[in-house]
Design a protein around this ligand. Structure first.
Ligand code: C2E
Ligand code: CA
Ligand code: CA
Length: 590
């Protein structure tokens, strides 16, 4: 049977030392002659412990003390002698400057001298003057004395602190990570501050970060993120919470006097973070968009506010770069509808609820059909047709446009392969598809699979697809152009600098946006633009087409300006494939 004292002695001096000690005692009591030998072994065990150890008797007098104890307090060996009281030892340690100057004997007495004999085995932590931290345990013994052990846990504490920091901070920028931002924000929610009654939650996203990363490499991207974090930190107050939510997204949570101030701060962030950065490779500039939501009450949770700020940010991004978006309650409703649409859209893709309709492209000289544009439709389970404007934006945002676009392309090429050889098929391609490294390959495979010659496929792209200057987009266009596929610039005239792209990319056709046709009869500027574009087309050798021809008058007007082709309800609405094939007339013998 082991006694409690045995158990305690073992935990205090460690199982190995205890074993030697216990064996020594046992043998000493049975064979008197070996007592000295065994005490030596005990002494060796005591001196080889990692911990400092002191044993006091019931009168608080030192009876055992090892060398490690001396080393921990930087005392020359033999400084302590048996019979010294614990209070004398504490006084000596203070006099030698072992403890920080602020520590007094009274404090030590409070925590050690008085507590020690009664203390349980929970450790007490003591900071030394040199910054080290000792873990001290006191164990009472049955005879009224006690044993104290001292362990240097400085390293352990440091790595604990390091691990805690890593878990709570973003490794790259040292800002709070997403979890910490949420934890700390919750704390801020409960701190009512009458001078700053409004809580502002800011969600930030860099505008051209991907471009910087792709162009200059990840090291520069990282450097930029660190610089942005530094500016964010510099522009925030002590109680503000600043965090990196991942990628190039950041968030700030701060208390403000009123909503106007909160908005001003958002504009300040746009300006301050949008100023050029001098990085090691040179000067780099990125914009930042900010979504902001404010709230006057003390909400129960930060999560809904972060979501609101995020919605406001997405909204801001849609309306342009470097802007501030303020949260409006309707945005939540719109987001809910979008999520529903997205879910239904996924189902529709697997259930093949999409159809491709075609609208003829007419040569205005001879009024012949020279091609047809493929326009996707979604047939909902009740049989109604959903127009693309209702779902293409969601498909683009979710990336679902990639599988949908491939499906439309295959369907269009398959249908067109059965049309007369002089008729081309025009397929709309989204910027999201063009940015896929696999896009050119997919198109070429589809042509091979369906047997449609490359010269009979026309890809319609918009200016916005060329706007982000992605290298993958250029490569895709170049590869497909070299394979003989033609490109049309869609919705021409609605962007910022359409002419710049005409020089930069191999464009074969310009489709003048239908808003110009709509206004041509009443607005001299619209007519002048149609004429100018038609002239430009002739001099650059690019075919021009006018969209939205609805009346014979409009057709005459367009023809008179020198436009080569037209498309619109006057000729035909978009129609199912079977109807369109009928318009081409009987197949010509080849
Ligand atoms: P878009 O490329 O400008 O397509 C022409 C749109 O103008 C079609 O609308 C067509 O029905 C409409 N339209 C044609 N003639 C007239 C006319 O005389 N008057 C008026 N007011 N409108 C006319 P739709 O089919 O609703 O397509 C809308 C847009 O959706 C397209 O604009 C295109 O940007 C996009 N889209 C359609 N199919 C696809 C697709 O497969 N992939 C991608 N990425 N986008 C598509
Ligand atoms: Ca189009
Ligand atoms: Ca168009």
């Amino acid at each position: 049977m082991r006694s409690r004292v045995q158990d305690e002695a073992e935990t205090v001096i460690g199982p190995r030392s205890y074993q030697i000690f216990a064996q020594a005692i046992e043998e000493a009591t049975s064979v008197d002659g070996h007592v000295v030998e065994h005490l030596k072994r005990f002494e060796a065990a005591l001196q080889n412990m990692n911990q400092g150890l002191c044993m006091f008797d019931a009168q608080s007098r030192l009876v055992v003390c090892n060398d490690q104890y001396h080393r921990l307090f930087d005392l020359p060996p033999g400084t302590l002698s048996f019979g010294m009281t614990q209070e004398e030892i504490c006084t000596l340690l203070i006099a030698r400057g072992c403890y920080p100057p602020s520590v007094t004997l009274a404090q030590i007495r409070e925590s050690t001298c008085i507590a020690a004999p009664h203390a349980n085995s929970l450790p007490v932590f003591r900071e030394l003057a040199d910054g080290r931290i000792l873990s001290v345990r006191y164990r009472a013994m049955e005879d009224g004395g006690w044993v104290s052990t001292f362990e240097d846990i400085t390293e352990q504490r440091r790595s604990e602190a390091r691990i805690a920091h890593l878990a709570r901070h973003d490794g790259l920028t040292q800002l709070a990570n997403s979890r910490t931002l949420r934890d700390e924000s919750r704390r801020l929610l409960t701190d009512a501050n009458p001078a700053l009654p409004v809580l502002g939650v800011y969600y930030l996203d860099l505008d051209r970060f991907k471009f910087v990363n792709d162009t200059y490499g990840h090291a520069v991207g990282d450097e930029l993120l660190r610089s942005v974090a530094q500016r964010l930190r510099a522009s925030s107050g002590r109680t503000d919470i600043v965090g990196r939510l991942g990628g190039d997204e950041f968030a700030v949570v701060r208390r403000m006097p009123d909503p106007e101030e909160a908005e001003l701060y958002a504009h300040h962030l746009v300006k301050w973070l949008g100023a050029p950065y001098d990085l090691s490779t040179g000067r780099v500039q990125v914009g930042v968009s900010v979504g902001l939501t404010t709230c006057r009450e003390n909400p129960a949770d930060i999560e809904p506010l972060l979501q609101e700020a995020d919605l406001a940010l997405r909204h801001a991004k849609r309306s342009g770069r470097g802007t501030v978006g303020l949260f409006e309650p309707e945005m939540s409703e719109a987001a809910r509808l979008r999520r529903r649409l997205e879910a239904e859209f996924r189902d529709a893709l697997t259930m093949e609820q999409f159809e491709v309709h075609y609208q003829p492209l007419i040569d205005l000289d001879g009024s012949r059909i020279v091609g047809a544009e493929a326009l996707v439709r979604w047939r909902d389970p009740e049989g109604g047709l959903i127009p693309p404007a209702a779902f293409i934006p969601v498909a683009e945002e979710t990336g679902l446009i990639v599988p949908l676009g491939s499906w439309v392309l295959r369907q269009a090429c398959r249908d067109a392969a059965g049309w007369p050889p002089e008729v081309v098929v025009a397929v709309n391609v989204s910027s999201v598809q063009l940015r896929q490294g696999t896009f050119a390959g997919t198109v070429l495979e589809t042509l091979a699979e369906t047997g449609l010659p490359a010269g009979r496929l026309e890809i319609e792209i918009t200016e916005s697809a060329l706007l982000d200057e992605s290298e993958t987009t250029s490569r895709n266009i170049q590869t497909l152009h070299e394979a003989g596929i033609r490109f049309a610039m869609d919705d021409f005239g609605t962007g910022y600098s359409p002419l710049a792209y005409l020089r930069q990319f191999p464009i074969d056709k310009i489709k003048i946006d239908r808003c110009f046709m709509k206004d041509a009869e009443t607005d001299a500027d619209a007519l002048a633009i149609i004429r100018a574009v038609a002239g430009l087309g002739i001099s650059l050798g690019i075919t021009t087409l006018i969209e939205g021809v609805e009346t014979a008058e409009q057709l005459e007007l367009a023809r008179a300006q020198g436009v080569r082709q037209g498309q619109g309800f006057l000729f035909s609405r978009p129609q199912p494939g079977a109807v369109i094939s009928g318009l081409f007339g009987p197949p010509q013998p080849s």
